[in-house]
Design a protein around this ligand. Structure first.
Ligand code: IVH
Length: 668
């Protein structure tokens, strides 16, 4: 037994040492803080139960790691920089409060400050003759590294103190990074294929120990003060914070002064609720006996003062295994890779799935199947993978690639130029998207079929009555009457409305197909330009890109839509049921007008008609009204107070028409 305990203690000491090194020296931990806390706890408990195995070099006796050889000068702290004991639940805080009462010999409620426990790096900053003289890291608690040059890059830390400040004075506080700066920095690092930081604290620690302060400056470090050396006439912690704030030091405005345990717990709950909204990361609250005299009486044991305790929040990060990556098809056809994880409790909830967002994100973060990953969940945010832990790779991990076809319907999945998402091109028949596709198809601005919304769409799909949008036109009254809440009247109304939609104008039909990148305006331009669905389905990239609102993404989207065999089958079924698929009058009618195929852009106000009226007029005459001036624009019509489009038109030497000229042209 005892030899087992001995080897277990040794194993834990080695493990904690290794993780200390990765955390404090490399700023690249490979386990979550929560896992680290558990290891440390386990070791502390075993050591407490077996005093015969005492070792002064155990990591439980020290703060951080022995100072390693660095490029920074070593600084001995005037007062050692202590650490804090942790409490992980209300019971541990209750026991701590009881001990404070016992040691102070009082039954009266005790005044405490409750401060957010900023998740950053402890730093001691010294002012001499009222000027910032030096900044040092905690190091092993007795001596740290002189990081003065880097400390000076922090915009919120004053270089000189305001009136009333003592000539020489030391302030302690936390150097931290705002969440937003952290995300931006990690995104940049992922882009550059550099290792990612697990959290803002590791990132701040890394930035603070940069040898080049210009790099530190780019990382936007910040500072919150939480303690100071003796100040004449100030007798409590809250007073210290107020005083140093008056001298210009940054002090978090939400620090609380409370009386008694119940109020401490209230403050803890308030901070927990605030946590996700704060711009910086906090991992708990620090509870401090407010009276400095009482602090003195309570003293410290080892590295931990007895007058303060860190009351930790449930962890928001955990490490776990990524078991598989599965692709989900969303209702709008976007393919999203989703991580299936070994279930792990994060922030009080068991997490077994995390969105991986898109393939670029996956590649940037180099996430592989089988990896150990760091998962984060905070507030209402969906769980996501912060980073992988390549240090823990075996060699069996597999790189994942996105499928080239939809996992649901098998249609080609494409990625449009300039877009991060991959889409299934089979929207009008893909099961995953069908209900949404039907809703869009039937919507007022598309085929305008009364009585079909998302609910009915889902009902039709669920009951196997509709496998693609064309199936709507083949529905039978008896089939509909078999559905929930469909009586004869409702079924007949729906069938009539469906039948009536067969004669909608071509542009509505094109819009209704829900082709990515094809909105109403583009659908109108396509209808005018190609005049039949058949012609549109054979359009080439370059023909499509002649349309002013269509770029490379739009043309590729249209071409792939019509290239998809399954979509062509749906078109055939639509034709079969008698759907109007051409502009009335056929191709010849409009091509004779002088405006056929010409593009117009309007800028400024016209006196004789509104903008929509003018655009309608153009389209009725076979022209194309567009909102963007490009080299391909034929006419720019200039009204009162024209905008920047006029300038652009002049630069491109396009034909501009004033209102009178425009009216003459259309009158002809
Ligand atoms: S007081 C003697 N107050 O937490 C007590 N520490 O785990 C010294 N921390 O080393 C610390 N916010 O880096 C104190 N409001 C706060 C704090 C805070 C964050 C950090 C600090 C300390 C560590 C202990």
């Amino acid at each position: 037994m005892s030899s087992f305990v001995k080897s277990e203690i040794e194993r834990l000491r080695r493990a904690v040492e290794e993780h200390n090194y990765r955390y404090y020296v490399l700023d690249q931990p490979i386990i979550s803080d929560a896992e680290y806390d558990r290891l440390m706890r386990e070791l502390q408990q075993l050591e407490a139960a077996h005093p015969e195995l005492y070792d002064p070099n155990s990591p439980t006796r020290r703060v951080g790691v022995p100072v390693v050889q660095t490029a920074f000068k070593s600084v001995t702290h005037r007062e050692p920089m202590l650490s804090l004991a942790n409490a992980f639940n209300a019971e541990e805080v209750r026991a701590w409060n009881a001990r404070v009462h016992r040691l102070l010999g009082t039954r009266q409620e005790i005044c405490y400050t409750v401060e957010p426990k900023i998740d950053g790096v402890a730093v001691s900053v010294r002012y001499e003759h009222g000027r910032l003289a030096r900044g040092a890291t905690r190091g092993d608690g007795f001596s740290g590294e002189d990081v003065s040059a880097n400390i000076r890059t922090m915009k919120d830390l004053p270089w000189t103190l305001g009136p009333g400040a003592p000539a020489s004075f030391e302030v302690r506080g936390e150097v931290y990074m705002n969440k937003i700066d952290f995300s931006a920095m990690n995104a940049e690092r992922a882009q550059a294929k550099e290792s990612l930081f697990a959290n803002p604290r590791n990132a701040a620690a890394g930035a603070l120990r940069q040898l080049d302060p210009r790099i530190t400056a780019e990382r936007h470090l910040r500072f919150w003060s939480y303690a100071a050396s003796e100040i004449a006439g100030v007798t409590d912690q809250y007073g210290v914070l107020q005083r140093i704030s008056r001298w210009g030091l940054p002090v978090y405005a939400g620090n609380r002064l409370v009386e008694g345990l119940a109020a401490v717990n209230d403050a803890y709950r308030d901070f927990a609720a605030l946590r996700a909204e704060l711009p910086f990361e906090i991992d708990g609250v620090v509870i401090k006996v407010n009276s400095l005299a009482d602090q003195e009486r309570l003293g410290a044991i080892g590295r931990e003062p007895r007058w303060a305790i860190a009351y930790k929040f449930p962890p928001i990060q955990e490490t776990t295994r990524l078991l598989d990556i599965v692709v989900q098809v969303g209702r709008t056809g976007i393919l999203t890779p989703v991580a299936h994880l070994e279930p792990v409790a994060v922030g009080g909830v068991v997490v077994s799935r995390a969105s991986l967002f898109n393939e670029d994100e996956l590649a940037r973060k180099d996430i592989r199947i089988g990896d150990w990953v760091l998962v984060q969940r905070s507030g209402d945010v969906i769980p996501y993978i912060v980073k992988t832990i390549p240090e823990r790779r075996a060699s069996s991990e597999r790189i994942f690639t996105m499928p080239a076809s939809c996992p649901d319907c098998g249609a080609v999945a494409i990625r449009l130029p300039g877009k991060v998402a991959r889409y299934c091109t089979g929207g009008i028949q893909c099961r995953a998207q069908l209900a949404e596709a039907i809703k869009h198809f039937a919507s007022r601005r598309a085929m305008d079929i009364q009585g079909i919304g998302i609910k009915v769409g889902e009902l039709l799909v669920k009951n196997g009555l509709v496998h693609d949008v064309a199936d709507l036109y083949y529905l039978k009254r008896e089939q509909l009457m078999g559905l929930e809440r469909f009586a004869k009247k409702r079924a007949d109304n729906l069938l009539a409305s469906i039948a009536g939609s067969k004669s909608r104008p071509l542009d509505r039909l094109i819009y209704a197909l829900g082709i990515h990148e094809v909105g109403e305006q583009t659908a109108r331009l396509l209808a005018v330009r190609f005049r039949s669905l058949d012609k549109l389905s054979r359009a080439t990239d370059s023909e499509l890109q002649d349309i002013p609102t269509i770029g490379p993404a739009g043309s590729e989207s249209v071409v792939s839509f019509f290239a998809e065999q399954r979509n062509r089958a749906v078109m055939a079924k639509l034709r079969q049921c008698g759907m109007a698929m051409e502009l009335p009058g056929g191709a010849a009618a409009a091509e004779r007008t002088p405006l056929a195929g010409k593009t117009f852009v309007f800028t400024g106000r016209l006196a004789s008609m509104t903008r929509p009226e003018a655009e309608n007029l153009i389209e009725r005459l076979g022209g194309i009204a567009s909102s963007n001036v490009t080299r391909r624009t034929d006419y720019v019509v200039v009204g009162a107070d024209p905008g920047s489009k006029l300038k652009l038109a002049q630069q491109l030497r396009l034909t501009t028409l004033y209102e009178a000229e425009f009216r003459k042209l259309v009158a002809n």
